[in-house]
Design a binder for this molecule. Structure first.
Ligand code: HDD
Length: 695
C-alpha cells in the first residue's frame, strides 16, 4: 500500500517535443548524458527527421534517422524453437556437503563457497509472447559459472521426458505446436495432432500423466521441483564412475494452480509467473531450492526394474534417496531482458571435469541440438562471448574470427602444437576434461531400441497410484478436458486403450466423462509391473504450511478501517507473506483521512491472483460493490478455488449472503485473524468436490 501519494511529475519542466510549429524541446543537459549515434556523435534533435523544407521530403543524408531505424529493424532474433517463453534470475549455488568421494569437480567438492549462476524457467510449447499458465511442462535451466568452466543443467520441472530417443524430438514438437495448416492452438496440447502422436508413441505415457497432473500448472517458479532428468556420471580422481541424477527441491514446496485459475489468469495476467518472480526478488523475497543427488553404481542400476538410461523412467526416492548437498538462491533480477534472458544459451554439453554423460540416447541427441540451435538463434559461433554466456573463470582457445568476434587475440599463434610462443595456453592432461573410459560390448550397429526400454506403463501406474484422491481427480479431469478437445474418435479411443494399462479406474473415469465405451487395452510391449507407490510424487499434503511466497489480496474501499488493514498486513508480512491492496478505485481515502494508492483495481485483479483474500469495507461501499460483477466473482472464485476468505460484517451482509459461499472453516470473520493466517497457508481441498464437477 503506497501512502502519501506524490503526484509531482519529474518531466513537468520539460518543454513539449519540438514538432508543433517549431517549439524548442528539452535538450540534454551538459553533464555528459548526451544521446549519441553508435559512432558517439551527439544528436541534436531526436524528434524530427532531416527534411528539405518544413513540409518537404526526408533526406537520405539523415544518418541519425537511418541508423536509428536500421537498428530497430534488426532488433529481433529467432525465438527458441521450444521453450521460447521464459524468465530468468541471477543467484548463487552453494555446496553444503562435499562429494569428494565421487568426483573431482570442484563445484561438487568445495563447500561453503558461493558460485554465481543464472536460471531460466520456461514453458515448452508456446511462443515468446504466449501466456505463463498453459498446461505444459516447465523448463528449469541452470547455468553455474564454476571456476572450472560453465556447467549447464538443462532440465524440466518433471523428472522424466516424453520420448526415449532424440530422433523423435522434432515429431513430438511438431505435434504439440500449433497445427501447421491453421496456426493454432497456441501454447496448448489439447488438440488432435498432439494426442494422435502421443497415442501412437506409448513411451510418452509417463510424461503425459505428469502433464495431466497439477505439476503442469505451477503456482510460482519458486514452487516447482527441478530435475536434470538423465543419468549423468561423476568421475573420481581415478576415473571411477558413479551414476547421478540431479534434483532441485523448492524450499517453498511444490504448489500448483487449479486449472480454472490458470485459464482465468491467462486472460487477466499472461505474465503471472514472470511478474511473481520479478516482484518477489525485487522485494527481497528470494527464491530458494535445495540441491540433491541420487547416486548409484552400475551394479545397483542393474537391479532396478527399469533401465535408468531410459529418460522416461524416474528412480523412486525410496529406491535411491535424494541426498541434499547444496542450495540455489535466486536473488537478483536481470538488468536487461534481451541481453540476459533472451541471449542466454544453455547446452547440456557444458560440463566441468569430473562430471560426464551417460549413454542415454535422448541425452546423446541433445548434445548436438543445443549448440546447433544457438548458432541459428544467436547468429555466430562467438555466442559464448556474450556476457551472460561467457565463463567467469579464465578461458583461452585458438578459435578465431567469425561474426561478431569481440576478442582481439594479440598473437601470431592460434594453433597447436606450436613452438613460437611458449606462453600460449596448452592442453592439460592434469586439469583437462576426461570422458569415462567405458568398456563397450561388441553390439551390432543398427537403429535399435533396447529391450529394457519396453515397459511404458508401470511408472505412470506408480505415479497415478501415488497421488492423493484430489490429485487423482485433477489428473482424470485433465485427460477429459484434453481429449474432449480431440475431434478424431479413433485417437480418443486409442488413448483409452493406454489408460487401461495405467489404471482401470482412471480409464473408467475418463471414458465415462467423455461418454465413451472402453476399448480393448492397447498392445503392451512388456508386462506391466505393480511398483510400490512413492510419496514424494505427491504434491498436495507435502507442501510446507507457510505464507512464504504466498500473496494475500485485501479489498478496501472509501472509508475502510485503516487500523484493521494494517493489522492484517502486519500479520501476513510477519510470516513472510505478501499483500496487495485491491480497491474499486486506484486511489482511496481511508477512515482516518489517509489517502492510499491501491496496488490493483478490483476489476483488474481477479482473486485468482491471490492465495487468500480479505475484505475490509464499509456498508455503503459494500452495497455498491454488491452490484459489480468483478467484485462478486472476486469472492465466488476465491471460494471455488478453495481459498481462505476473511470477511467483515458489511461484506457478509451485502455480498457473501448473495453468493453460493458456505461458511466453512476457511471462511472466517475478520476477528478471527489467527485462523485466517493459518488457513491462508494452504487450500481447503475438501471444499473442491462441492464446487467442481471432477471426473
Ligand atoms: Fe530441450 C531448449 C529441456 C530434450 C532440443 N530444452 C530447452 C530448454 C529446456 C530444455 C529447459 C530451454 C533452455 C533455455 O532456457 O534457454 N529438452 C529439455 C529436457 C529434455 C529436452 C529436460 C529431455 C530430457 N531438447 C530435447 C531434445 C532435443 C532438444 C531431445 C533435440 C533433439 N531444447 C532443444 C533445442 C532448444 C531446447 C531446440 C531450444 C532452444 C535452445 O535449445 O536453446 O535445442
Amino acid at each position: 500500500m503506497k501512502k502519501n501519494i506524490d503526484h509531482t511529475d519529474p518531466a513537468k519542466d520539460m518543454n513539449p517535443a519540438r514538432g508543433n510549429g517549431g517549439e524548442t524541446h528539452q535538450r540534454a543537459d551538459e553533464d555528459g548524458k548526451v544521446l549519441t549515434t553508435q559512432q558517439g556523435v551527439a544528436i541534436s534533435d531526436n524528434q524530427n527527421s532531416l527534411k528539405a523544407g518544413a513540409r518537404g521530403p526526408t533526406l537520405l543524408e539523415d544518418f541519425v534517422m537511418r541508423e536509428k531505424i536500421n537498428h530497430f529493424d534488426h532488433e529481433r532474433i529467432p525465438e527458441r524453437i521450444v521453450h521460447a517463453r521464459g524468465s530468468a534470475a541471477h543467484g548463487y549455488f552453494e555446496l553444503t556437503e562435499s562429494l569428494e568421494e565421487y568426483t573431482t569437480a570442484k563445484i561438487l567438492t568445495e563447500t561453503g563457497k558461493q558460485t554465481p549462476l543464472f536460471t531460466r524457467f520456461s514453458t515448452v510449447a508456446g511462443n515468446k509472447g504466449s501466456k505463463d499458465t498453459p498446461r505444459d511442462v516447465r523448463g528449469f535451466s541452470v547455468k553455474i559459472y564454476t571456476e572450472e568452466g560453465n556447467w549447464d543443467i538443462v532440465g524440466n520441472n518433471m523428472p522424466i521426458f516424453f520420448i526415449q530417443d532424440a530422433i523423435k524430438f522434432p515429431d513430438l514438437i511438431h505435434a504439440v505446436k500449433p497445427e501447421p495448416d491453421r496456426g493454432f492452438p497456441q501454447a496448448a496440447s489439447a488438440h488432435d495432432t498432439f494426442w494422435d502422436f502421443v497415442s501412437l508413441s506409448p513411451e510418452t505415457m509417463h510424461n503425459l500423466i505428469w502433464l495431466m497432473s497439477d505439476r503442469a500448472l505451477p503456482r510460482s517458479f519458486s514452487m516447482m521441483e527441478g530435475f536434470g532428468i538423465h543419468s549423468y556420471r561423476l568421475l573420481d580422481k581415478d576415473g571411477k564412475s558413479t551414476f547421478v541424477r540431479f534434483h532441485w527441491k523448492p524450499v517453498a514446496g511444490v504448489q500448483s494452480l487449479i486449472w480454472d485459475e490458470a485459464v482465468k489468469i491467462s486472460g487477466a495476467d499472461p505474465d503471472y509467473n514472470r511478474r511473481d518472480m520479478y516482484e518477489a526478488i525485487d522485494n527481497g523475497k528470494y527464491f530458494e531450492w535445495e540441491f540433491g543427488v541420487q547416486l548409484f553404481t552400475e551394479e545397483e542400476a542393474n537391479e532396478f526394474p527399469f533401465d535408468h538410461l531410459d529418460a522416461t523412467k524416474l528412480i523412486p526416492e525410496e529406491m535411491v534417496p535424494v541426498k541434499i548437498i547444496g542450495k540455489m538462491v535466486l536473488n537478483r533480477n536481470p538488468d536487461n531482458f534481451f541481453a540476459e534472458t533472451e541471449q542466454v544459451a544453455f547446452c547440456p554439453s557444458h560440463l566441468p571435469p569430473g562430471i560426464d554423460f551417460s549413454n542415454d540416447p535422448l541425452l546423446q541427441g541433445r548434445l548436438f541440438s543445443y549448440l546447433d540451435t544457438q548458432l541459428k538463434r544467436l547468429g555466430s559461433p562467438n555466442f559464448a562471448q556474450i556476457p551472460i554466456n561467457a565463463p567467469k573463470c579464465p578461458f583461452a582457445n585458438n578459435q578465431q574470427d567469425g561474426h561478431m568476434q569481440m576478442q582481439v587475440p594479440k598473437t601470431r599463434v592460434l594453433y597447436e602444437p606450436q613452438s613460437l610462443d611458449l606462453d600460449r595456453p596448452r592442453e592439460s592432461v592434469k586439469k583437462g576434461f576426461e570422458s569415462f573410459h567405458e568398456k563397450l560390448d561388441d553390439g551390432v550397429k543398427g537403429r535399435i531400441r533396447a529391450e529394457s526400454f519396453a515397459d511404458h506403463y508401470s511408472q505412470p501406474r506408480m505415479f497415478y497410484r501415488s497421488q492423493t484422491p484430489a490429485e487423482q481427480a485433477h489428473i482424470a479431469t485433465a485427460y477429459v478436458f484434453e481429449l474432449g478437445k480431440v475431434d478424431t474418435p479413433h485417437v480418443r479411443t486409442r488413448m483409452l486403450g493406454h489408460l487401461l494399462h495405467i489404471d482401470e479406474d482412471l480409464a473408467n473415469r475418463v471414458a465415462t466423462a467423455l461418454g465413451m465405451e472402453l476399448p480393448e487395452p492397447a498392445d503392451a510391449a512388456a508386462p506391466v509391473q505393480d511398483m510400490a507407490t512413492s510419496e514424494p510424487l505427491q504434491t498436495i499434503g507435502r507442501t510446507p504450511k507457510s505464507l512464504k511466497g504466498r500473496l494475500v489480496g485485501i479489498l478496501v474501499a472509501k472509508g475502510s478501517k485503516h487500523s484493521e488493514i494494517k493489522k492484517f498486513e502486519d500479520a501476513i508480512n510477519a510470516q513472510g507473506g505478501m499483500v496487495k491492496i485491491v480497491a474499486p478505485s486506484k486511489e482511496v481515502e481511508l477512515d482516518d483521512g489517509t489517502r492510499i494508492q491501491a496496488d490493483e483495481r478490483v476489476a483488474g485483479a481477479p482473486s485468482v491472483f491471490f492465495d487468500a483474500i480479505v475484505s475490509i469495507i464499509m456498508p455503503d461501499q459494500a452495497k455498491k460493490l454488491a452490484k459489480d460483477s468483478s467484485t462478486l466473482d472476486w469472492f465466488t472464485d476465491a471460494y471455488v478455488h478453495c481459498k481462505a476468505i476473511a470477511y467483515c460484517g458489511a461484506t457478509e451482509e451485502f455480498i457473501l449472503s448473495k453468493l453460493p459461499v458456505e461458511k466453512d472453516s476457511f471462511v472466517t470473520p475478520l476477528a478471527d485473524l489467527d485462523a485466517f493466517i493459518e488457513n491462508a497457508k494452504s487450500r481447503l481441498w475438501e471444499r473442491e468436490p462441492k464446487v467442481r464437477d471432477l471426473a
